[in-house]
Write a protein that binds this ligand. Structure first.
Ligand code: G16
Ligand code: MG
Length: 211
């Protein structure tokens, strides 16, 4: 194996709580029921697809494309306000040390995130330099479980899919990694997902793979 491709939200940083709070605010304002179980279905899924999942519980009159765009913008504004409070302390020592050690061992490292805010987040936590390539929501047309984001990451690194591990917390991300022909490492919720090739409980366990 030559490279590791990392999901962002739920793997490198825990912005999932901010996504939840921001969607919850929008849902409350619209009178739509939304809870943490529904929120789990939004992991790794694009902003527009996330909105459609939340709207499954909406009972009002049909919403225009413009109204949906407005709802997404409002959610993103709330989300960015919450992200503004992030600092380098929001990345654990375990994550920082493990990324540096994998790099020392000669692995190439990429980000593979559905988020259009990925670079902003990496800047806030000062991790932009930790990655050799960044594939995110700004360079894809289809979001996870489509493999596009990971295939682009491998391309940016100049590596073959079969030489890449993908580290993911979302079921959709594990499915995307498998469709890309990569080795899927499940962490967090995805450590309980049968489709993951490898399951880890802590980030530092990656060093046993990249030995
Ligand atoms: C993240 C989150 C998703 C979010 C998506 C798009 O993906 O897990 O919940 O909907 O990004 O984010 P944004 O609205 O910032 O473009 P990932 O792939 O980093 O887990
Ligand atoms: Mg994730």
């Amino acid at each position: 194996m030559k490279a590791f491709i990392f999901d962002l939200d739920g793997v490198i940083v825990f912005t999932d709580k901010f996504h939840y709070q921001a969607w919850k605010k929008m849902a409350d304002e619209m009178g739509i029921y939304f809870d943490e179980t529904i929120n789990n279905r939004l992991r790794g899924v694009s902003r527009s697809e996330s909105l459609e999942i939340i709207l499954e519980r909406y009972e009002g009159p049909a919403l225009s494309k413009e109204k949906k765009a407005e709802l997404m913008e409002s959610k993103n504004n709330t989300y960015r306000e919450l992200l503004a409070s992030m600092t380098p302390a929001d990345v654990t020592e375990d994550v920082r040390r493990t990324l540096a050690e994998l790099h020392n061992r000669g692995y190439k490292l990429a980000l593979g995130s559905s988020s259009k805010n990925a670079k902003f987040i990496l800047e806030k936590v000062q991790l932009l330099d930790a990655f050799d390539a960044i594939s995110d929501g700004t360079n894809i047309t289809k979001s996870k479980p489509d493999p596009e984001v990971f295939l682009r990451a491998a391309e940016f690194l100049g590596e073959k899919p079969e030489d890449c591990y993908v580290v993911e917390d979302a079921y959709a991300g594990i499915d995307a990694a498998k469709s890309a022909g990569m080795q899927a490492v499940g962490i967090g919720i995805a450590a309980g997902y049968a489709a993951a090739d490898v399951k880890i409980q802590s980030f530092g366990e990656l060093l046993t793979l990249g030995a």
